[in-house]
Design a binder for this molecule. Structure first.
Ligand SMILES: [Zn+2]
Length: 401
């Protein structure tokens, strides 16, 4: 804990963290590190010596001399520690063992018999245990375990305050897991974890401000501002699903009317598909409804087969989403929006209208600067993001816990 350290140690940890952040991006010589961090060459030499002794940094190769002693390139040693990222959804627990560069070394998954806290806890322990045994990693060797959940989280305690998806209230998931595993556990909201993964791991270049929007059964978002997750004062930042986009729209579970969630979430689209089938306007959905209860997946399949009424619902959904997302970007002045979630299976039918409405609602002078893209990491973003939360925390403490 940083607060237990003396002032001198706190400064040292902060400086080591600066060095590690630079080296995580790319290898650098000691003099480059001094220039990039603003630390004195002597401080860099001392601190990198310790980081090398810890195994977190290694000398990679010697560069050609430009007069004087040839400079040595230092690099971050991503194999110096391992982390497990876990993502909890309503039906399963997925996990990955990763190195400190968040490269996945192995994956594991456990289906949930139900989504009670007991069942989730047991499944999470099972996947973590399995990953350790199969990859010959002792639990105590782990830097930590990161967990992404669909709900509002009190980050300091790891308590899930509310998850309507899992039907949880005040579940102390972090402390229960930490007690059972004996390693640090950090819990984060799934949208935030995914945003962090998209920010650091997408291979799409470095951005520091990013909005991740999840378009699935529910509509959620995660924010990374200045390279860090922004959760808000009570952990509720990112509730884009409850932006009211049509005051006369259908009622939402939150008590309001016409929220994005009530109009365009997978659950809302499934309902609209059912109405369409009942009205006889969509032959495809009418036929599908005879077989099984209609889902958003059926609606998307109908639209992809050329069903005009189903396609229109998705075009409308894209317009609502685009406008709501533009409002957030206008407010926060960010550069990148990443879309993820099952509704994207609708492809261009949804994306074209979403993109058009997004850029038309953006402040005109921001249009050329803001990038809207589909996630390149896909469904794995939650797991890798959960692990990245732990890695970032570890690095921010100068490689300690
Ligand atoms: Zn609502």
């Amino acid at each position: 804990m940083l607060r237990d350290l003396s002032h001198y140690e706190q400064v040292k940890v902060a400086n080591q963290s600066k060095l590690l952040r630079v080296l995580c991006q790319k290898p650098a010589t000691r003099s480059e590190l001094a220039r990039l961090t603003g630390l004195s060459p002597a401080t860099v030499t001392n601190l990198t010596k310790e980081l090398i002794a810890q195994g977190l940094v290694q000398e990679s190769r010697t560069l050609e001399s430009v007069g004087g002693r040839p400079p040595v390139l230092l690099e971050f040693n991503s194999m110096a520690g391992k982390v497990i990222g876990v993502r909890i959804s309503r039906t399963r627990v997925q996990a990955a063992l990763v190195n400190l560069g968040a490269d996945a070394l192995a994956w594991s998954e456990e289906l949930l018999p139900d989504h009670s806290p007991e069942a989730v806890l047991q499944a999470a322990l099972a996947v973590v245990g399995r990953l350790c045994v199969r990859n010959r990693v002792n639990l105590e060797e782990l830097v930590g375990v990161g967990v992404a959940v669909p709900g509002i989280v009190q980050e300091a305690s790891g308590t899930v305050r509310l998850s309507t998806f899992l039907n949880w209230r005040e579940v102390p998931l972090g402390s229960l897991l930490q007690e059972a595993l004996g390693v640090p556990v950090l819990v984060q909201r799934n949208g935030n974890a995914s945003a962090l993964a998209e920010c650091y791991l997408s291979g799409e270049g470095t951005v520091t401000d990013l909005l991740y929007v999840h378009l699935g059964d529910g509509i959620g978002a995660g924010l990374v501002l200045d390279g860090r997750i922004y959760s808000g004062r009570t952990g509720r930042a990112g509730e884009i699903g409850h932006n009211i986009v049509d005051p006369h729209g259908p009622p939402c579970l939150c008590g309001n009317r016409g929220c994005l969630e009530a109009l365009v979430s997978g659950n809302a689209l499934a309902k609209q598909g059912q109405q369409l089938a009942a009205s006889g306007k969509s032959p495809y959905l009418q036929a599908a409804a005879q077989e099984s209860p209609l889902t958003a997946g059926h609606l998307i399949a109908a639209a992809l087969q050329g069903d005009a009424a189903a396609g229109e619902l998705l075009v409308n959904a894209g317009q609502y989403i685009g406008k709501a997302v533009a409002g957030i970007v206008n407010l926060l002045d960010m550069d990148e929006v990443v879309l993820g979630g099952d509704l994207l299976e609708a492809g261009e039918i949804l994306l074209d209208s979403l993109e058009r409405s997004f850029y038309s609602a953006l402040l005109p002078f921001r249009v050329p600067e803001v990038r809207l893209r589909v996630s390149t990491i896909g469904p794995k973003a939650g797991v890798l993001g959960a692990a990245t939360v732990v890695i970032q925390h570890f690095l921010s403490k100068g490689g300690r816990y």
